[in-house]
Design a binder for this molecule. Structure first.
Ligand code: SIN
Length: 321
């Protein structure tokens, strides 16, 4: 594992300030309202690869500027494979809007469902849409309305989590593959749930994924998508559960994580090939509005330590529009 470092601002004036030992850095000295030149893009990309999630404070960009920023790092997918309500004229933008989730799932039921299934609206630790055969390479989330307290997001470094496993467990993980599927119990009964059911997404991914740009190995488990029994290929339900629980515990150890307190105008950009994240579960307690907007970068098909790519079981690859 590389050791945490701090750095002086570069010649471009970009200042990368780490915020936790294994993951997360704030980037200062860039104005995302302006088009970034190639050198700035390269520095941000390097910081992303090193720190896995980077934060930009106080940027206040709009949908079009968020899309333009995202496109400097790759092609953007539509908002979500099951999503039908991006803001008018911006099909790439996924609204993460507490008011909208209450409308989608039924305000009266949503709290009970969350209690019953012990999930937040975005279902606990996850890497974005790993039920796809090509999960997004990266995600960029922009805050517009945030609660006065609570509503934080956490990320975990899946490379550090892999490297922190004892060597025999690394070897075990290296040889495993797991099924990821989309459709949590909370969706059932809603119109959205029907849409998810009509268009199932299922993929088999290596449990250890080799990052295509850094070559690092990441413990690529995504609890929200690998949460049912019998998910590890060739394992029985109890074996599968025990192994997954062990890996879930590993990826959620505090030393691999960073917690981000949002202010309006803040942006988080994470490497979806090397991280999982956790949306807030305290938004329902306080009932403050929380509105953020996400874009996702088209992803590649993961490849395991043995060179085998992931397999599509149901659905289609998710490509830029
Ligand atoms: C997400 O899962 O992309 C959203 C996380 C959040 O709402 O904090």
């Amino acid at each position: 594992m590389t050791s945490p470092t701090t750095s002086a601002p570069t010649d471009l004036g970009i200042d990368v300030r780490p915020v936790a030992g294994n993951i997360g850095a704030e980037i200062h000295g860039v104005d995302l309202r302006e088009e970034l030149d190639d050198a700035a893009v390269a520095e941000i990309r390097a910081a992303l690869h090193r720190w896995k999630v980077v934060f930009f404070r106080d940027q206040h960009i709009d949908h079009a500027q968020q899309i333009a920023f995202g496109r400097r790092f790759g092609k953007l997918t539509p908002a979500h494979p099951h999503e039908d309500a991006p803001p008018e004229g911006f099909p790439e933008i996924l609204p993460i809007d507490s008011r909208r989730y209450n409308r989608l799932f039924g305000q009266a039921e949503v709290k009970d469902l969350k209690k019953k299934f012990k999930v937040t609206y975005d279902n606990g630790w996850h890497t974005d849409v790993t039920a796809l055969v090509n999960p997004p390479a990266g995600s960029i989330l922009r805050a517009e309305i945030v609660p006065p307290y609570g509503g934080d997001t956490q990320w975990t470094n899946l490379v550090a989590a892999y490297e922190g496993l004892p060597e025999p467990l690394q070897r075990l993980a290296d040889g495993l593959r797991a099924k990821h599927s989309f459709g949590q119990p909370i969706f059932e009964g809603s119109e959205y749930g029907k849409k998810v059911k009509a268009n199932p997404l299922v993929a088999i991914h290596p449990v250890v994924r080799v990052h295509p740009e850094t070559g690092e190995r990441a413990l690529f488990v995504s609890p929200s998508f690998t949460s049912r029994d019998n998910e590890i290929i060739d394992f029985g339900p109890r074996q599968s559960r025990a192994i997954l629980d062990l890996f879930y515990e590993q990826i959620s150890r505090p030393e691999y994580t960073v917690r981000f307190r949002w202010s309006p105008g803040d942006i988080a950009f994470w490497d979806n090939r090397a991280t999982a994240h956790l949306g807030p579960s305290d938004v329902d307690i306080t009932e403050f509005d929380r509105v953020l907007y996400r874009v996702t970068l088209e992803g590649d098909v993961p490849v395991g330590v043995d060179g085998r790519p992931s397999e599509l079981v149901a659905g289609q690859p998710f490509l830029a529009g």
